[in-house]
Ligand binder design. Structure first.
Ligand code: RB5
Length: 145
């Protein structure tokens, strides 16, 4: 899968671990930064990943900041994007199966690395349950753009 990933300074170390994990899993990773611990503004990175996903150049996105909150708020401003902040594997599965979220947001100051990796795997291995009920609701989300 082609996966866009980015973090702010608060998520840098977790991003490194996730990139390593994704590459070991034979995914293609497009890393939009940040690449240092210098303080940066998370909306800039959320926009890069969300635009890569909205354009179709990447199939999924992962965004990491301290809490995951800022990244999710910013990414959801890009038309067509459904970005979900998840703190456990159940949320990640539901974000795919019920909400058809294309972007997973994580809080590096909230999660241990092991749990974060399992959340990513849950997000990437579940598909949208495209039955009428969920498809109708996601269509209503999209109509709000
Ligand atoms: C940066 O200190 C922090 O505000 C950011 O990583 C994130 O948690 C925002 O939602």
């Amino acid at each position: 899968m082609r996966i866009a990933i980015a973090a702010d300074h608060g998520g840098l170390e977790l991003k490194k671990a996730l990139v390593e994990h994704l590459l070991a899993g034979d995914h293609q990773v497009q890393d939009f930064g940040t690449h240092s611990t210098d303080s940066v503004d998370y909306p800039d990175f959320a926009a890069s990943v969300a635009r890569a996903v909205a354009s179709g150049s990447c199939e999924r996105g992962i965004l990491i900041c301290g809490t995951g909150i800022g990244m999710s708020l910013a990414a959801n401003k890009i038309p067509g994007i459904r970005a979900a902040l998840c703190t456990d594997c159940y949320m990640a599965r539901m974000a795919r199966q019920h909400n058809d979220a294309q972007i997973l947001c994580l809080g590096a100051r909230v999660l241990g690395f092991g749990l974060a990796i399992d959340i990513v795997d849950s997000f990437l291995t579940h598909d949208f349950s495209a039955n009428s009920r969920h498809a109708r609701r996601v269509a209503k989300i999209n109509a709000l753009d």
